[in-house]
Design a protein around this ligand. Structure first.
Ligand SMILES: [Zn+2]
Length: 239
């Protein structure tokens, strides 16, 4: 047992720090009180310390962060307060604005002129952005067949219906069929699809993704048909 010099109570030694006469509870009260009374001075001191030992401080906190990343992130998440975050952002925004303003005022007239010119040069004109949109459209148009082909091949392979024995002929026929799709689209103004006569997935049959199972049909028809089987007559009608 030991008597505290502050609260004068007798307490077990474990409740005292290694050195000093105050018990832990009194010491922590004292420290809190001291920090509250000397905020400015302490801030000043820590700023001085930081300036004098910048590299070491940064290195130390970097190491600490690396070592305790998980806990730090967890604690941050737990203590996150949206209102506080909003206030913080507003405060920093103001600081940035002030900084930019000071920077601008520090420039010579010639430097300002250069910066203004650069901003004008970098600005995308209405004409330029129109051109970009057109280029993109053209690119999509040009690569449509390739895109469709890859999507369909993917779907077919996913359905487990690719027959290996005449893969090359199938690929060739498929490409041709897509060209035919595009051609018919440009001539008729309608959408055309490649159809599998015997659906890849249906209740009554499991067709194959092979050259002999393709037909180029109007999209509307294909959608209406869905997974139903075509009769021989219907089949001939679209070839
Ligand atoms: Zn005490």
């Amino acid at each position: 047992m030991k008597a505290c010099s502050s609260c004068l109570q007798s307490k077990p030694a474990a409740l005292f720090p290694v050195k000093g006469l105050k018990c832990k509870a009194c010491l922590s009260d004292y420290n809190r009180n001291y920090r509250a009374k000397n905020t400015d001075r302490l801030r000043e001191l820590s700023k001085d310390y930081y300036e004098a030992n910048k590299d070491a401080v940064i290195e130390r906190s970097r190491k600490y962060y690396a070592k305790n990343k998980a806990e730090i992130l967890k604690a941050q998440k737990a203590s996150y307060d949206p209102e506080q975050a909003k206030a913080y952002r507003a405060r920093v925004d103001d600081q940035i604005k002030d900084y930019r303003k000071a920077y601008w005022l520090s420039l010579t007239e010639e430097q300002k002129q250069q910066k203004r010119q650069r901003a004008r040069d970098l600005k995308v004109t209405e004409e330029q952005s129109k051109k970009r949109r057109e280029n993109r459209k053209r690119w999509i148009e040009k690569n449509r067949d390739a895109r469709r082909l890859s999507i369909s091949s993917y779907r077919a392979s996913k359905a487990g219906s690719v027959a290996v024995w005449d893969k090359e002929l199938t690929e060739f026929t498929f490409k041709e069929a897509y060209r035919l799709c595009s051609l018919r689209e440009s001539m008729t103004g309608l959408k055309w699809h490649i159809d599998h006569f015997i659906p890849l997935r249906s209740r009554v049959a499991c067709g194959l993704h092979v050259w002999s199972n393709f037909a180029v049909v109007p999209a509307e028809y294909n959608i209406r048909k869905s997974n139903k089987l075509m009769t021989e007559n219907q089949k001939m009608g679209w070839l």
